[in-house]
Structures are given as C-alpha cells and as structure tokens.
Design a protein around this ligand. Structure first.
Ligand SMILES: [Mg+2]
Length: 224
C-alpha cells in the first residue's frame, strides 16, 4: 500500500497510463499498415509483414517514439496521419478524478513520456490534461528514452526530486525496471493500458486496473 505522506513527487507516463493505448495500437498496427499498403501497392497483409518486424526491432529505442524517424523511413506523414484519427485519442477511466485530487494536493506532478513533442502536443490538445502538470517532460528533450539510466539522471539533474519520495506510474515494465534500478522508491504499473484488450497479469510490480484503486490511499488525510 502506498503511503501518500511519504510521496512529494508523482511522475506519470502518458500513453497506456493516462491515455488509452488503443489509439497507438490501432495507429501502428492497423492504420499505418493500411496507408503504407496503399502507397506501395501492397496488400494490407504484405504491409503488416514488412512493417511489424521493423517496429519490433526499434522497441525501447528513442527512434521508436520519433515521428520524424518513421516519416523518413516509411515515406509517410506520420504526424499528419495521427491527426487524421485523433478522434480515437481518449483518457482512460477515472484518470480525471485522480488528476483533480492530485492537483489539490501539494505534490509535484510531472508528466514523463517517451512520446515525441508533436504527438504529445496533439494529445494534450485533444485531452486538455496539461493544466494538471507542474512540468511536462518528453524524453526527446534529453535524447534518451525512459528505458535508460541516462534519462533518469538527466531528469534528476534538471528537476529537483527526491527519489526516495517519488512515485512513478507507468504501463511499461521495462521503464519501471529502469526507474527501479535508478532508485525511484514507489512504482506502480497499469494492468489494462488498452481498453480494447484484456487485463495483463503483472508479477514484478504493484498494478492497478484503473485509478480508483489509488484514490483511497492518495487522498490527502484531511479529505478522508
Ligand atoms: Mg506508456
């Protein structure tokens, strides 16, 4: 159980934590292959066979999250394509209540995402979540993804936080392991990052299905 009084800083991931990962999964696994197929006179199946191994190979690297990289490699306007289906961008259930409670507390709340700034801006524009954060950090600003120790040390250098009194909530187990290695004390995962997929079994970290599970523990004492 997380003790609210022991936490000064809350670091929140964006995709799959606050926002429904269905948008990104649909975008990369269905929409991009469809457009790539049209552009290259391929069937959708052929396009998927070409693209999905390429995506897998880049997983966890900064390029994977870089719209310019993929626009260049695939010769598609990736930012433009994202904007085309931006209607699918949505906030996961009970995230808003959670962010409201957090913003009434004295905690420092920082969004830490591997998303490219163009994707981040599109998503913040659609969801209006930015006022809830004291700071918004894209790993592209540092040139290294959250999966690396270099990300956490740069964050530590530029934004004062006490890692013993910090909570990170992130759906990526690789990112959580990286943060744990760096010494972030409190770590929580998300068992249902994509509303259209089943719940994942998570063994290495405490996991929540939605933010209601944290509310009783995160409400400031005077509000209970
Ligand atoms: Mg995520």
């Amino acid at each position: 159980m997380i003790k609210w009084n022991n936490i000064d800083t809350v670091l929140l991931d964006m995709d799959g934590t606050l926002l429904d990962l269905n948008f990104d999964n649909h975008f990369w696994l269905e929409f991009v292959p469809r457009r790539y197929a049209e552009q290259n006179n391929l069937s959708i199946e052929q396009a998927k066979r070409q693209l999905i191994p390429q995506f897998k190979e880049m997983e966890g690297k900064l390029e994977w999250y870089c719209l310019d990289y993929w626009s260049d490699v695939l010769k598609l306007d990736i930012a433009g394509l994202k904007a085309e289906i931006s209607g699918l961008i949505s906030v996961l259930p009970h995230v808003m209540e959670f962010l409201e409670v957090l913003s009434r507390s004295s905690k420092q709340v920082i969004l830490v995402t591997n998303a490219h700034r163009a994707s981040l801006n599109l998503k913040m524009g659609k969801t209006c979540l930015s006022p809830f954060f004291d700071k918004i950090i894209s790993s592209h600003d540092y040139g290294v993804p959250k999966e690396t120790q270099a990300f956490w040390s740069q964050l530590d250098n530029q934004h004062t936080f006490d890692k013993q009194r910090t909570l990170l909530i992130d759906d990526s187990l690789t990112v959580l392991k990286s943060a744990r290695l760096y010494g972030i004390q409190y770590l929580i995962s998300i068992s249902k990052p994509d509303s259209q997929q089943g719940k994942r079994q998570i063994y290495d970290f405490t996991a929540i299905e939605d933010f209601r599970e944290l509310m009783p523990y995160l409400l400031p004492v005077q509000m209970l």
